[in-house]
Design a protein around this ligand. Structure first.
Ligand SMILES: [Zn+2]
Ligand SMILES: [Zn+2]
Length: 340
């Protein structure tokens, strides 16, 4: 099968012919329709996350059809359309797993990092960690839900119930969260790189009542803010923008160092917290919610062999929505295919 592989961090991905994987016990073999590109893929490829499997097939927002089922593979059967997220495996027995916090599992393994992912024609996944894709939800729109959507949703929950929500960095995740937040009756304030008029316009189209530069103060205090951009300097900026009691949520897996800041911007019971990974419950909840909103994902398609271009476009902040590698071209044509 064809796959885009990472031989060493810092190098471009290479188009390779690799042998077809076989599903073991608990696993399914998927024919990949498409795989959305996440900022975490960039961190893996650029060597900002330690010790990836090498060589590695990246990609952890996979939509595909089950082709073969191993024993005890989560109840899926051939022909089912499923999604594969970042959380690829947990031990089920550490203190976090036993407490219902499998996202923090000490021995967790992640798709497209320690497990080969979806930048390929076929992928293996643990069936217990796959989700059914909602019927009628097109492949290209569904793929970005699997991380951008899921992590965004978890971040939004941790942001609390406040009405005035700030989103720092208006990429794949924020463009989904903005729609969910508007659906919940919140007011969205979007912050982008200075001068990124296009992203600000995009945010307004998706219901943000204000969009501006992250160097600006919002027109009024916020109740909470979510930081999606991997820029540590946004933490004090967001703390300055939130009201007393407000929460600043850092949604990314990697961020540049946070500059020191005066205690007074944290005082007033403001808090800063991160969000790490996802639980399967997050996935089931969000994939039920997304069609109700309904979330309309803006997908920018790239061919499998254009994975490096997709990553470069994301790195340069030039995407409107989410980049998606289209592996099976039928994913482009058939808007709501549910099986073969
Ligand atoms: Zn565990
Ligand atoms: Zn991701």
């Amino acid at each position: 099968m064809r796959a885009m592989t990472l031989d060493a961090p810092g190098e471009p991905l290479r188009l390779a012919e690799v042998s077809m994987p076989e599903p073991g016990a608990g696993q399914v073999l998927l024919r990949v329709h498409c795989c959305a590109v996440c900022r975490t893929d960039l961190h893996v490829v650029d060597g900002e996350l330690p010790d990836p499997k090498l060589p590695l097939i990246p990609g952890h927002q996979i939509v595909g059809t089950v082709e073969k089922v191993g024993e005890h593979a989560g109840g899926f059967t051939e022909g089912d359309r499923v999604g594969v997220p970042w959380l690829g495996w947990t031990d089920g027995e550490c203190r976090y797993c036993l407490a219902g916090r499998e996202n923090l599992c000490e021995n967790a393994r992640f798709t497209g990092y320690q497990i080969d992912g979806g930048y390929a024609e076929y992928a293996i996944a643990d069936g217990r960690f796959c989700f059914p894709i909602p019927e009628g939800f097109p492949d290209l729109q569904a793929a970005p839900l699997l991380c951008a959507g899921l992590i965004g949703h978890r971040s939004l929950r941790f942001a609390g119930d406040g009405e005035r929500l700030g989103l720092y960095g208006f990429g794949a995740s924020a463009h989904i969260v903005a729609q969910v937040a508007a659906h919940e009756g919140r007011r969205v304030f979007a912050f982008t790189s200075p001068k990124d008029q296009e992203a600000q316009e995009f945010a307004r189209e998706l219901g943000a009542e204000w969009a501006g530069s992250s160097e600006e103060a919002p027109p009024e205090e916020l109740d909470a803010a979510i930081i999606f951009a991997p820029v540590g300097a946004l933490v004090p900026a967001a703390l300055r923008a939130v009201a007393r009691g407000g929460t600043v949520v850092c949604a990314g897996i990697h961020m540049s160092d946070i500059p020191s800041f005066p205690y007074e911007i944290l005082w007033g019971e403001r808090s800063v917290r991160s969000v790490a990974n996802l639980t399967r419950q997050d996935g089931h909840e969000f994939l039920t919610l997304a069609p109700e909103v309904p979330v309309r994902t803006e997908a920018v398609p790239f061919a499998l062999e254009e994975a490096n271009e997709a990553l470069d476009t994301l790195r340069g902040g030039r995407l409107r929505g989410a980049a998606v590698l289209v592996v099976d071209r039928r994913a482009l044509q058939n808007p709501a295919r549910n099986s073969q």
